[in-house]
Write a protein that binds this ligand. Structure first.
Ligand code: HEC
Length: 144
């Protein structure tokens, strides 16, 4: 069984649906933080915790882990930027969870600890994305 974070599939599904999704208080700045910062950062970090691609060379593994470290750092930066766009409710909590996931994730990626990267990717990082989206992006199903 290949190990791939379930988060990936869900986030891709979310991203695909985003164009048609009902977004409460649509915010171009937050959308840009997601599209150019947080989302690519998460994909790069998650790639550290997932099974490596077939026939990955040592140089490619090196590059994948380096990108996971950079991605984890960008998650921290993304969380800090999100705090500057605070909203009522649990927004700051999810932003801080993203920062915490990025900090722990950076340590795991630096140590090339696949198990820790996988666990953090599915826990703090994914729960930050999913928690905030569930709260602040009403699903199309719930939209009138
Ligand atoms: C603190 C809240 C918060 C967190 C944490 C968060 N998001 Fe978002 N995200 C949003 C909001 C709000 C939008 C909708 C922005 C808009 O269009 O107004 C959004 C939109 C998106 C989009 C759609 C962007 C587009 O081009 O329309 C993607 C992709 C995305 N988020 C990925 C992620 C991923 C991956 C994570 C976690 C690693 C994450 N987000 C964490 C609040 C958050």
């Amino acid at each position: 069984m290949r190990r791939v974070l379930p988060a990936l599939a869900l986030v891709f599904a979310f991203a695909a649906a985003a164009a048609g999704a009902q977004v409460a208080d649509h915010d171009i700045a937050v959308q840009a933080i997601m599209a150019t910062g947080v989302n690519p950062a998460a994909l790069a970090f998650w790639a550290g915790g997932n099974d490596p691609p077939e026939n990955e060379t040592p140089a490619e593994a090196e590059a994948r882990w380096a990108a996971a470290v950079t991605g984890a750092q960008a998650l921290q930066a993304g969380g800090r930027r999100l705090l500057q766009h605070s909203r009522p409710g649990r927004w700051d909590e999810f932003s801080r969870l993203l920062i915490e996931g990025g900090e722990k994730g950076e340590a795991a990626a630096r140590a090339r600890d696949v198990d820790a990267a996988f666990a953090i990717g599915g826990d703090q990082v994914y729960n930050a994305c999913n928690g905030c989206h569930k709260t602040y992006i009403p699903s199309p199903a719930r939209a009138p």
